[in-house]
Design a protein around this ligand. Structure first.
Ligand SMILES: C[S@@+](CC[C@H](N)C(=O)[O-])C[C@H]1O[C@@H](n2cnc3c(N)ncnc32)[C@H](O)[C@@H]1O
Length: 256
């Protein structure tokens, strides 16, 4: 008798993700909405505002005249900041509408020449080997198939190139509960990361770091409350290392 395979075929997963994010992207180009940014910040300035982004900025350093891949780019908003700091940006996403928005957003901000977006999957990147100096992905990895995506990240990174990802960890108690009661805000196939996912990356990179951030502090920006809670989170993790499973954010730092 033929074995039944419960795993969804890739096409179904891609269709599901694309439909979900196409709907979100369509809202961004409703009549009357502008894709032009209200601020004039560049990557250094914008990333300095938010703790998790600031950590990635310190990991990357300058992106001027470097090739940056905006990984599962969505509307491509982060490429605007990279491009303003002189990067040559490429982005990809499985959602065609998101890619359409990303190209329009780049044009609306006068950066069409520096930003190039295309539809493709994280598991089969449509870029040559050794292309990028940096790869950045926000809330992206946990939408991909980790049995396949890390090898593709390594393939398209230049030797010595760096990839930085900000993602969600699965077992932060408040976020775990939030996801349980807001299933319509999440796709069927997304799977917030766990610390054990590091095993998928280790074979492909010279350096792999999984860093957990934010347990009590859930405020993304620097501020008075967060300046009190962050040292507490740091001390807690130092005292009880197993707590890394229950923190909110995972920052993945990879060097090829
Ligand atoms: C939570 S959104 C994040 C988008 C963007 N990085 C941001 O910060 O706004 C996740 C994105 O992953 C894309 N995505 C999901 N599965 C994908 C896959 N297998 N390959 C490429 N993109 C994928 C979705 O279309 C969506 O745009």
């Amino acid at each position: 008798m033929q074995k039944t395979n419960n795993k969804p075929p890739e096409e179904e997963r891609y269709r599901d993700e694309a439909e979900f994010f196409d709907r979100e992207a369509a809202e961004l180009i409703e009549p009357g909405r502008s894709l032009k940014f209200a601020n004039q910040l560049d990557y250094e300035q914008y990333f300095s505002l938010y703790r998790t982004y600031d950590i990635v900025k310190h990991f990357f350093g300058s992106v001027k005249d470097r090739k940056v891949l905006d990984y599962a780019c969505g509307s491509g908003w982060v490429s605007i900041y990279f491009a303003r700091s002189g990067a040559e940006c490429y982005g990809f996403d499985i959602s065609p509408k998101s890619v359409e928005v990303a190209n329009k957003m780049a044009a609306a901000n006068g950066l069409g020449e520096r930003c190039h977006f295309r539809v493709c999957s994280a598991e089969n990147l449509d870029f040559p080997d050794n292309t990028f100096d940096f790869i950045f992905g926000n809330a992206a990895l946990h939408h991909t198939d980790l049995n396949k995506s890390p090898a593709e990240i390594a393939r398209v990174l230049k030797p010595g190139g760096k990839a930085g990802f900000i993602d969600d960890l699965r077992y932060h108690p408040a976020m775990w509960l939030y996801r349980k009661i807001t299933t319509d805000k999440h796709t069927r196939y997304e799977k917030p990361m766990v610390q054990g996912d590091i095993k998928h990356f280790l074979p492909y990179f010279s350096s792999v770091r999984f860093e957990a951030y934010d347990f009590l502090n859930l405020l993304p920006k620097w501020g008075l409350l967060s300046s009190i809670l962050r040292p507490v989170d740091t001390a807690l993790l130092k005292a009880l290392p197993f707590m890394k499973h229950f923190y909110r954010h995972l920052i993945v730092k990879l060097v090829k």
